[in-house]
Design a protein around this ligand. Sequence first.
Ligand code: AMP
Ligand code: MG
Length: 346
Amino acid sequence: MYYNWKEQTNTEELKIVCNLIKNGELVVFPTETVYGIGANALDANAVGKIFIAKGRPSDNPLIIHLADKRNIEDIAQNITEVEQKLIDNFMPGPFTIILKRKDIVPDIVTAGLDTVAVRIPNNIIAKAIITFSGVPIAAPSANISGKPSGTNIEDIRKELEGKVSAIVDGGKTDIGLESTVVKVIDEVPVILRPGKVTPDDIKNVIGKVKLDEKVFKKVDEDENIESPGMKYRHYSPEKPCQLIYCENELDQIFYMNKFINLYNKNVVVIGSEEYKEKYNISKDRFINIGTKNNLDQIAQNIYSAIREADKLEAEIILIEGVKKEGLGIAIMNRLLRTCGYNFFEK
Ligand code: AMP
Ligand code: MG
């Protein structure tokens, strides 16, 4: 079933949706980051359906979504001082913390790890669904595994209708990129996946922070790493993609045009409006992701832009990069993987 809650949450429908969750069914719902496919996290059978619907590898663990900080101790234990400080400062919000798990969490959720990923979303619809379901909700992004995360409802319906029991439409998601995932190792917060909460935000609170070395690096499928989700092909369309970023504006224009010509203009370009007239390409092959001075806007638009580009006839998708600073770290982490590390930088 499709439910339109763009303007307002409907209480009758909320009951139906929460009953589905309680009964072990799958529900797609919005959060402030991206849409999620949710199931009762304490019901291994229900969680199994998520892996099937997404085609997700079973060694890629899920994030458990809670309504309130008080519920963290239902699923996690031995919370350290640094972890508590992170919880107090960044939750609810686009922030996921990896904690020591309790036995109540089924193995299928954590892919057998002794830790569990926990997030408290800050979105009215997500909060209502978690609160009234009365159970923690495991929810990965609403997309087939490997594809860009679902941030607008048309893409999600095309991909997941028929595979889930309900889809709740809350409009376009605010942030557009998945949460920042952090694990505290030897009292240092380590960012396993960058997001809207930046390294500086964390440093300002804890005094130290590390970016996992794999954030901008290619990870092999058989590598044993802290965040298993980082090793899979991800956020990718069907067409090949190339990421192009030069700090200097003239270089950016020069090299983008060089790649456009290399493919005899048989390309789609995803870029910022400042360069729209400068790239040597017709308007119907240019997808505008906003102004390059507004990373929030670029983050919000990026996944739908990649999906839109994939629908056009072209040999390759050329994507303009951003500076790896602040939210730009998360944008570039995703784009590098979108492009399978096919990257030109100057
Ligand atoms: P998704 O739900 O698709 O947004 O992805 C969840 C991300 O969290 C993936 O990158 C997972 O590898 C990561 N994750 C979930 N649980 C854990 C855990 N216990 N330890 C480390 N990373 C985790
Ligand atoms: Mg995902």
